[in-house]
Design a protein around this ligand. Sequence first.
Ligand code: MGD
Ligand code: MGD
Ligand code: MO
Length: 763
Amino acid sequence: MKSKRPDGIKRYDHPAGGWDALKAVAKTLAHQQIVAQGSKTLLKANQPEGFDCPGCAWPDPKHTSSFEFCENGAKAITWESTAKRTDAEFFKQHSVSELWTWTDHELEDAGRLTLPLLYDRGTDHFEQIAWDAAFALIAVELNKLDDPDQAEFYTSGRASNEAAFLYQLFVRAYGTNNFPDCSNMCHEATSVGLPKSIGVGKGTVTLEDFDYADAIFSFGHNPGTNHPRMMTTLHEAARRGVPIIVFNPLKERALERFAAPQDPVEMVTMSSTPIASAYHQVRVGGDLAVLKGIMKAVLERDVASLTAGGAGILDRPFIDQHTSGFDILRADIDATTWQEIVAVSGLTRQAIESAADVYANARNVIVCYGMGITQHAKGTYNVQQIANLLMLRGNIGREGAGIAPIRGHSNVQGDRTVGITEIPNKALLDGMERAFGFRPPSDKGHNAIEAVEAAIDGRAKALICLGGNLAVAMSDSGATFSGMRSLDLAVHIATKLNRSHLLTAKTTLVLPCLGRTDRDIQASGRQAVTVEDSMSMVHASRGFLHPPGELVRSEPAIIGGIARATLGDRYGIDWVGMVADYDRIRDKIEEVFPDFHEFNTRVRKPGGFRLDVAASFRRWNTPERKANFLPSPGLSEDTPAESEGVLMLTTIRSHDQYNTTIYGLDDRYRGVFGRRDVVFMNAEDLAGRGLKDGDRIEVRGLIGEVDDKHLVSGFTAVAYDIPKGSIAGYYPEMNVVISLLHFDRQSGTPSYKGVPVRVKLAD
Ligand SMILES: Nc1nc2c(c(=O)[nH]1)N[C@H]1C(S)=C(S)[C@@H](COP(=O)(O)OP(=O)(O)OC[C@H]3O[C@@H](n4cnc5c(=O)[nH]c(N)nc54)[C@H](O)[C@@H]3O)O[C@H]1N2
Ligand SMILES: Nc1nc2c(c(=O)[nH]1)N[C@H]1C(S)=C(S)[C@@H](COP(=O)(O)OP(=O)(O)OC[C@H]3O[C@@H](n4cnc5c(=O)[nH]c(N)nc54)[C@H](O)[C@@H]3O)O[C@H]1N2
Ligand SMILES: [Mo]
């Protein structure tokens, strides 16, 4: 007899996409009260004259101008263009202490912010403040600090190139490089790891390259939820018979089977396409072992081929001409035994060898990867092993092949390109001096973890956030929240209310800004902004909806206002002129970054232009002028995970969330409905602890363990198809159990996807 499953836990047997996705969009439109204007809005997403979808950084197809249906893009857009508003009455009714008790979903669901707000500690309410008064107050607080390095300037990856550029100009003119940013919690392992390997911290492929790939490898990303438009590409590839090899501890539905909503035949006949040709459920944190295993098998096949008088299977001309370090890599791989590889990866040798065969038999290979690779204590090493694997057969810098980090926020890559970095290089400093006549500070500033640590121990006094929800996104919620509460100044430029705004400092302001979908009118007329996608394409984005309120200002206008009030006419920077006409900001971007030559002309062409990615053309901007094979020590995470009773927790996104924005409580493809308080566990791990499906459990993080600080209790254990030794829970609920001390030492990325924990029945 089948036992009863926990409430809200069901099997989901449909393919991903399909009619369920269409139905979900209809439901979202209704919930956001925008049935009439919503569909019109959706049709303008990612169109030449429309706006860039804020949903993800997947590129737009050049060859179509038709609307690309995307369920989660639709959710992102409708969530922003909602008819719901927070107004003066709302903040009169609800005190900050009351709002604190609301869920993350309820806070954002209250609607768009429409008023500049100042927190009043006396009444415990946010109250309206005039823009000029807000700017003046921020200026006083910033100018009061003993040292500009006592202020932290966070950026979330929604900010346009124009907003981000103006922001870094302001912060550098103010005098610090403290640029914590969402990238520090996301693809930093890519930004730090790849420059050492291939001389550039970005992906090397374009969308067209997928048309020429003979095999696609996917490590640790969930495109059916997080990059649904990528499913169009994978669907096409699968139908062409291209093997797609997936490594993921969870069987993500869209990677198994997908019905393309753009495909009339699949929709009408209710049919679907299998996506992965092989699906390997690697253990959480087992990727280093897998990658080394595939390389080991490739090297073994190469030797066998040479011994049999063949030509070998490595791309020797590429290795000789373009790379260094091959012998060091080979020595590392030779020293790694199959026994260790199998133990750490949780996969059989045959499984890894079969993946190696696909790799070796394909002329052109693309490897895609996401947070399952980067958010680990060894994230940077993971990324570099992917580059090594590709380089063995010259799969970088030619058509149909390359490395494809799948980025998060829609402009997270662009923000970096235009200067949001805590480690400015010489080119950036020279460019700034050329364009603005002053030499910005060159000392390394704070990344996201360092900024939060500085707040905790009192070195940081002020925090300005250009978007995002830093406190909730960061690990170690307990420590992070109290650090944020101890600040003197907190300023949030935001579209919607979130928990970070409620962690009030002595002076706290929330400033409402326009989103991507909103019309942006400045002194010279209607403005467009620009963004850069995951594949280095830069293009314009122009919103068209009525702004949610008359007082709502654009991000550049808010940054310009703060800058002018704080800096006066320091360095003679024309804040007013640049805000009046964003073409002038773009002219300055071009002066600082020569890659943006003729920026205003090129970005006006439909589809925009691609920034130069040297490695795509086999130009290697490393000190050695070569691509480097880089070995990594060991295979596992150097954590207590291997010892008795310890499980490895990974924290993941549900289908109904955008980072800390919780649209709803379903995670349809994983069969979870109406709840998020679950932890996915292997049946044997449950049984081994005397637990059963549906039991309420506690999860305790084992790194930096003191005073039950990293403990959550009352979550429901769900028996799930996940490798033994691995468990999964939702982000951000699980951030409590992750110590701030647990991060990748090379890139500073929190190890959100490799957290050693112990699990037992809740008291
Ligand atoms: N709808 C929607 N879209 C989004 C976002 C969103 O929250 N919602 N967020 C945006 C952002 S900022 C980002 S960074 C991207 C994130 O996009 P993804 O990279 O897809 O992010 P996650 O859902 O965190 O996790 C990805 C996958 O990694 C797997 N995984 C976990 N641990 C491991 C591991 O140790 N090894 C391997 N191989 N796999 C592992 C998980 O099972 C999951 O399938 O999406 C962006 N797009
Ligand atoms: N445990 C765990 N933690 C994680 C992760 C994980 O996988 N596991 N993932 C990490 C990753 S990849 C990332 S990128 C971070 C995300 O960290 P953040 O980027 O800081 O977080 P978001 O949830 O994307 O921010 C949402 C808020 O952004 C604001 N916003 C939305 N649109 C706009 C806009 O156009 N302009 C402005 N100014 N504000 C806007 C809204 O107020 C909204 O409440 O979280 C990280 N944290
Ligand atoms: Mo991200």
